[in-house]
Design a protein around this ligand. Sequence first.
Ligand code: ADP
Ligand code: MG
Length: 255
Amino acid sequence: MIKVENVSKDYELDDGTKVTAVKDISFEVKEGEILGIMGRSGSGKTTLLRALRGVEHIDAGKITVGDVSVDAGSSQFYYNNLKKETAIHLQRSFGVWPDTVRENVLRKLYARRYFDEGDTNFEVAESEFGEEADELLELVSLTHKKDHYASVLSGGEKQRLIMARQLAKQPKALLLDEPATMACPKTKQEILDAVKKINKELKITVILVSHLPDVQKYLADRVILLEDGEIADEGSADEIFYNPKHEYTKGLLRS
Ligand code: ADP
Ligand code: MG
């Protein structure tokens, strides 16, 4: 379970002025649920997700993911523990190794036990994690590409490989920031289908940041609307999109 309690986060700009990106936000996410976070650009979505990830220290409140909690006073040690609980998939793409698709997954699995994916012993990785690698590749529908070099993958395939690598860490939650926003329709659908399958089969909790209504409608069980760092509306995806109370979501219905 994920619990966000009265979380706030400010940024200090170079000239000393403060920008409040997230203001006193509280919500819970049930195990296995897909929570969507919507809102205009600058409404605080990425900041909130980065805080959940443990890469952004919060100024007030408390975040709990599974057995790990952090608050404003927590040391880096606890934020690092939070990072271990979650996998993140950010807007910018992560690097992959110039190996095959399967080797890329094996490296991450190897690192889960031996800490250094750069120094992967593939013989050991194969015998200890070979089956798990195949399961992960099946999950993201890359079995047919497993022996291809990662460098020749299409955009959507590369995104799915990155997801498989993140899942190799056995995170409690998958945090997605604008997945598939820049992708063509086919690629986008492949990525969204992979997220759906991952959620169903692994029963992993997903927090999905996307400003795209169709992405939220397709995936989210429940949606939170952020405005200027605060929760402006919250409800099931059906309530938010088909019976909107908020001007922003009413606008989406009209458009
Ligand atoms: P969103 O993802 O919804 O577009 P962000 O979380 O990126 O929103 O940004 C929320 C607010 O915080 C915006 O006003 C943005 O300009 C500001 N902000 C985000 N990151 C930083 C940063 N590293 N330094 C200063 N201000 C930031
Ligand atoms: Mg953002």
